[in-house]
Design a binder for this molecule. Structure first.
Ligand SMILES: C[S@@+](CC[C@H](N)C(=O)[O-])C[C@H]1O[C@@H](n2cnc3c(N)ncnc32)[C@H](O)[C@@H]1O
Length: 324
């Protein structure tokens, strides 16, 4: 079955997640963010001879874990984002599943070990993509976008108060290519006690933007609910309010029943042992009726709070005009 690679990441809310998933032998479980299997390997033990289908977007994480799996295992690992769950499940020949878990944080390995700029504590290229073969790196966006576009990203996805000032400085000092260059810009605008949190907001905003995280999450959640059997369980660990907003909004839909009245949060001991767990929130739902994915994605209650960025809207309009 293989074992959890604890040197790369420490799972958050593990006991609580296993409990809420109500696991038993023969179940088919999707781990939508397999990472290093902190949750996935424990789930695989409990459902054996059932299986775990793991989605992992980062090719490096995928490779490390895939190489550590023994030849006989009940884990099917896919190097695919959960937003492509349809394609992944088709690949393994499974259409309906009993449980789905999303653990939305960034792994310690992404932060410390990929060299893609997920931390502002080391000098690295400011890439920030989970999959460096998809989309464009953060430095390309920062060096090509207008001041207003950069400010909009920082405001939307980082709720950054000094978004416009930071954007102005970025544009003035371009090209900005590394973590240390961006960190110096943010530091210059804040007194020392506020610098760390300001950088965390800026990094979060850019990461959400370059990975299209909010739209992918909506799509991943909708697909997960589609593929769950009636009576199946969806559980999601989120790490910031924008993610949690989408997850929480699911309580308003009649095809799901909330299993957690309030989100489950880590104990004091867990936070002390693993400070990265401090903002985690676990919510769980049971599917009680079938759902139509396109209508869910268009439903205002589940909508992405942010319309496409100005430039993207403009591009769409220009394309349409040309077609006419
Ligand atoms: C918090 S980690 C998961 C950790 C895992 N539960 C464990 O305990 O080892 C989140 C993982 O999701 C991956 N990821 C990010 N976006 C993804 C997406 N759209 N689809 C699938 N995986 C994604 C990241 O590369 C990272 O490995």
């Amino acid at each position: 079955m293989g074992g959890f690679l604890k040197e790369y990441h420490r799972p958050v809310l593990l006991r609580e997640t296993l409990e809420v998933l109500d696991l038993k032998p023969h179940l088919v479980v999707v781990d939508a963010t397999f990472g290093f299997g902190g949750h996935g390997f424990e789930i695989a033990k409990r459902v054996d001879p059932g299986i775990v289908i793991g989605f992992e977007k980062d090719p490096e994480t995928y490779r490390i874990v895939a190489e550590s799996l023994p030849p006989i295992t009940n884990i099917r690992l896919l190097n695919l984002g959960y937003e492509r769950m349809d394609e992944g499940l088709l690949k393994v020949g499974i259409l309906t599943v009993d449980r789905v878990l999303f653990d939305l944080g960034v792994s310690s390995f992404s932060i410390e070990g990929t060299g893609r700029g997920f931390t502002f504590r080391k000098e690295e290229p400011l890439d920030l993509r989970f999959n460096p073969n998809e989309g464009r790196p953060a430095y390309e966006f920062l060096n090509e976008a207008t001041e207003r576009e950069i400010a909009e990203v920082l405001r939307r996805y980082g709720e950054e108060r000094k978004a416009l000032q930071i954007a102005r400085e970025i544009v003035k000092r371009r090209p900005v290519k590394t973590t240390t260059e961006l960190a110096a810009i943010v530091d210059a605008l804040y007194p020392p006690p506020w610098r760390r949190k300001a950088k965390a907001r800026v990094w979060q905003a850019l990461r959400i933007y370059v990975n299209n995280e909010l739209e992918n999450l909506r799509r991943g959640l909708a697909l997960a609910i589609k593929h769950l059997k009636v009576g199946g369980i969806l559980s999601v660990i989120s790490f910031h309010s924008l993610e949690d907003r989408a997850v929480k909004s699911l309580k308003d839909f009649p095809f799901l029943k909330a299993l957690t009245r309030k989100p489950i949060v880590p104990s004091e001991e867990e936070v002390e042992e693993n400070p990265r767990s401090r903002s985690a929130k676990l919510r769980a739902y049971m599917k009680v009726a079938e759902v139509d994915v396109p209508s869910l994605l268009e439903d205002r209650r589940f909508a992405n709070p942010f319309p496409p960025m100005r430039k993207e809207r403009g591009r769409g309009r220009r394309r349409k005009r040309r077609r006419r």
